[in-house]
Design a protein around this ligand. Structure first.
Ligand code: ISL
Ligand code: CA
Length: 547
């Protein structure tokens, strides 16, 4: 990876899902003033930047990823004044703010779309993709991310519009120069306020194949790769965004979200002059999805998991920079998914934190993972707050699946898992709100909460802080080379990080077994999730040695 130093390469980014972080006014919905109240907590973690999921005005069909006004704050979350105060509060503490811009689609309630649907000759018509149907069928066979066709018929003009996500999220047409100007304008608006970074939602899909060819595969992730992502004008659109907007803010960091990006085309997005700084790839996140996508789980293997990190590190060996994450608002909780959230909850949470902060690439940690928050349990589909799960059930039901089976799957991989309110205390509402929380609090708040972990030594929270300090103090953990050890037991993930004479060995036992591994006799143990060192690596043991 390119060795030029940048703040964002060294950064530890803490992702805040505003709706579920902290409610300041008892309406059960997390808000900006709630985040302001918790700024000291955020600072105490030793992180460098906060990524906020979208906070713009939105009908909230898809957790705010359906924006109806890019220039105002979602009223439930607060006001522009609250936003300015939050930004200032972060900056005063030396922390940066990364905003989440959704530029692949808007809400159907955005004035652009309201205009666009009025007539085929409306000046905003080409801000979206409108096509006549094929007979009584949609223009092509593309499936939406959230189930059903990606096309919706609109009665007014009798044409269909494209929506890769929900029908309340029509895709924006970047082919239109006027649309692109609007996008650049709104980006300037936020960057002028002093925002330090942007996460660009599904940036991989902004350039469409405008002939809209039918997909020839039933594998959803393959459809994303072949038809939705990496379109013909993608590099051009990103380069134009860079020229028109980003070059004016050289310290601003950009991370593109990229379903469908592969190690082979990743660098298309990351050109130093014309590209973004980083992308989120989904190599490991899609590993356990079968051809049907999220609700079609298949087993993952440790071998595949290790391979993803190797392949992606190789992809950026000469150019570009990686991003490291094990969970976010779209996936199951990291400890429930990659660790063991029962008898080895504490050890495996710490092990995953060790990986997050010692792997090459910028660290992104999702709220609650610093205290080992776990998946939730839905008992029925009606308990889900997520459009993806609700629509997913409709499709599965059509295919004859039982609700019990579907719920079983949603409890494994659904997005509700990550969206339960932050567990601050053992109080009835976990210190998240004094009202009725928009989503039920996880029943394990008595044992898993910030207050408790701030009080005891050896907690997951204190381990996170220690690991964050270790990363800060040792540049090799940021800029050092990454070399995976290959001759190890399958469930052991071990790698070196080295910069000049500084060399670290990271050992992670992803199992409950004791594993044989030659723990170095020389060198110094710098961190571990057991108080001592033994001859073998014990259940879910994580250990770093400085050699
Ligand atoms: O979670 C996924 C697989 O089922 C991803 O493919 C995910 O849907 C995709 O990465 C896009 O996610 C982003 O855009 C969506 C929004 O619902 C997600 O929350 C957001 O992270 C539409 O804006
Ligand atoms: Ca509130």
């Amino acid at each position: 990876m390119s060795s030029a130093k940048s703040w964002w390469k060294e950064a530890i980014v803490y992702q805040v899902y505003p709706r579920s972080f902290k409610d300041s006014n008892a309406d059960g919905v997390g808000d900006l003033r709630g985040i302001i109240q918790q700024l000291d907590y955020i600072q105490s973690l030793g992180i460098d930047a906060v990524w906020l999921n979208p906070i713009f005005k939105s009908p909230n069909d898809d957790g705010g990823y359906d924006i109806s006004d890019y220039y105002s704050i979602q009223p439930e979350f607060g006001t522009m004044q609250d936003f300015d105060e939050l930004l200032q509060g972060l900056h005063q503490r030396g922390l940066k703010l990364i905003m989440d811009l959704v530029l692949n689609h808007s809400s159907d309630e955005h004035p652009w779309f309201q205009e666009s649907k009025k007539s085929t000759t409306n000046p905003y018509r080409d801000f979206y993709f409108w096509r006549p149907g094929k007979g009584s069928n949609p223009p092509n066979n593309w499936p939406s991310f959230f189930g059903g066709s990606a096309w919706q018929l609109d009665e007014t003009t009798g044409e269909y519009y494209l929506h890769l996500f929900s029908k309340k999220q029509p895709d924006l047409n970047w082919e239109s120069p006027a649309l692109r100007q609007e996008i650049f304008k709104l980006m300037h608006f936020w960057l002028k306020k002093g925002v330090d970074g942007l996460r660009l939602d599904v940036i991989s899909a902004i350039s469409k194949r405008t002939d809209f060819p039918d997909t020839d595969t039933h594998d959803f992730n393959e459809t994303i790769r072949k038809y939705y992502s990496n379109g013909p004008r993608l590099r051009e659109f990103i380069a134009e965004t860079k020229r028109n907007v980003l070059v004016h803010y050289p310290n601003v960091m950009t991370v593109g979200e990229g379903p469908g990006i592969t190690p082979l085309n990743a660098l298309d997005y990351l050109d130093e002059k014309e590209g973004l700084n980083m992308i989120f790839h989904f190599g490991h996140m899609f590993m356990d999805q079968g051809s049907g996508g999220r609700f079609d789980p298949i087993p993952w293997t440790m071998n595949d998991f290790k391979k993803v990190f190797k392949t992606w590190d190789d992809a950026f060996a000469a150019k570009g920079w990686g991003s490291i994450f094990l969970g976010n608002h779209d996936f199951a909780r990291m400890v429930s998914r990659w660790g063991n959230d029962r008898e080895h909850w504490e050890k495996s949470s710490k092990l995953l934190i060790t990986l997050l902060l010692s792997m090459r690439g910028t660290t992104f940690i999702y709220q609650g993972d610093e205290i080992g928050m776990t998946n939730t349990t839905l008992r029925s589909v009606t308990e889900s707050k997520d459009i993806e799960t609700q629509n997913g059930w409709r499709e599965a039901n059509k295919l004859g699946m039982s609700e019990a089976e579907f719920i079983h799957r949603a409890n494994y991989s659904g997005r509700d898992n990550a969206r339960t309110p932050m567990q601050w205390t053992e109080e009835e509402k976990a210190g998240f709100t004094v009202g009725i929380p928009w989503m039920p609090i996880n029943s394990n708040k008595d044992t898993i909460n910030v207050k408790q972990q701030e009080q005891v030594s050896g907690s997951i929270l204190s381990y996170f802080k220690e690991m964050a300090q270790l990363k800060k103090k040792n540049h090799a953990l940021t800029y050092g080379s990454y070399t995976m050890l290959t001759d190890t037991p399958d469930r052991l993930f071990a790698y070196y990080r080295q910069e000049g004479k500084e060399k670290f060995l990271v050992m992670l036992n992803f199992s409950e077994e004791n594993l044989n591994f030659p723990i170095p006799l020389t060198g110094k143990r710098v961190i571990g999730n057991y108080p001592d060192t033994s001859e073998k690596l014990r259940a879910w043991e994580a250990l770093i040695y400085k050699l």
